[in-house]
Design a protein around this ligand. Structure first.
Ligand SMILES: [Fe+2]
Ligand SMILES: [Fe+2]
Length: 244
């Protein structure tokens, strides 16, 4: 067996032990398997997941943003370090919040186009400038602005190669953002982002309870159970293996 086949067999064995069948959404497997192929058959007699996946920690009935941080997101130190730096640099509180959530798509949803996804997730709950800044940090990251000491990230040279050229839509959105009145807000996310990778610094989420309380409109019904345009996205993060 190849390493890939062994990993798949181990995963199958783990899934077979579960009471309910896990049927993954196409986007989770596309590429590892050809999405045009028929999906593997459901084990006979097994029901499917219709929310709570027993492999994941249980979410409260009315989840808050902070619950998603602690129960569903991957490592969040990067965002918290970034928010703390923004605070130290004297940024307005709402931009501290923007830094705190700027990469939530990478941490808990989908990596590709993460700025756009994160903006959409938080849009109904934050000041318009905050979601705007999060959306456009995605494009601005690729373009230096020496006036605020922001150069093209060295890690990008390593990650993407010296010859990488951002997609035309990224350049288009950068050019649009550059002339926008909120340009500096999005740029500040990049400025505070760049230096925010320090494995020795440990920031506690509690440091930001007040900032979140003041600048994130937590829905009474719980994030995901309100009727906002992005509530379903929060539900997907909560129940990533839900069948329908
Ligand atoms: Fe980012
Ligand atoms: Fe980041």
């Amino acid at each position: 067996m190849t390493t890939m086949e062994r990993a798949e067999a181990a995963e199958r064995a783990m899934i077979e032990e579960l009471e309910r069948a896990v049927v993954k959404s196409v986007i989770y497997t596309s590429g590892d398997r050809d999405p045009r192929q028929p999906v593997p058959p459901r084990p006979p007699g097994k029901r499917v997941m219709m929310c709570a996946d027993p492999r994941l920690p249980k979410m409260p009935d009315r989840p808050t943003l902070l619950d998603f941080f602690t129960l569903r997101f991957g490592p969040t130190q990067h965002m918290m370090q970034s928010a703390r730096l923004a605070q130290k640099n004297g940024l307005p509180e709402k931009l501290v919040l923007a830094c705190l959530v700027h990469d939530i798509a990478v941490a808990g949803f989908i990596r590709g186009d993460h700025g756009y996804w994160a903006a959409q997730l938080v849009e109904p709950y934050v000041d318009e400038e905050v979601s705007w800044a999060i959306r456009y940090h995605q494009a601005l990251r690729f373009f230096p602005d020496e006036s605020v000491g922001y150069s093209y990230p060295k890690t990008y040279l390593e990650l993407f190669g010296e010859d990488y050229v951002p997609d035309p839509y990224i350049r288009r959105d950068y050019e649009y953002a550059r002339n926008h009145r909120w340009y500096m807000s999005a740029r500040q996310i990049c400025v505070n982002d760049l230096y925010a990778f320090d494995p020795t610094v440990k920031v506690a989420l509690e440091e930001f309870t007040d900032v979140v309380g003041r600048h994130f409109r937590q829905p009474r019904e719980g994030l995901g159970f309100d009727a906002s345009p992005s509530a379903h996205m929060w539900r997907t993060i909560m129940c990533p293996t839900k069948y329908l």
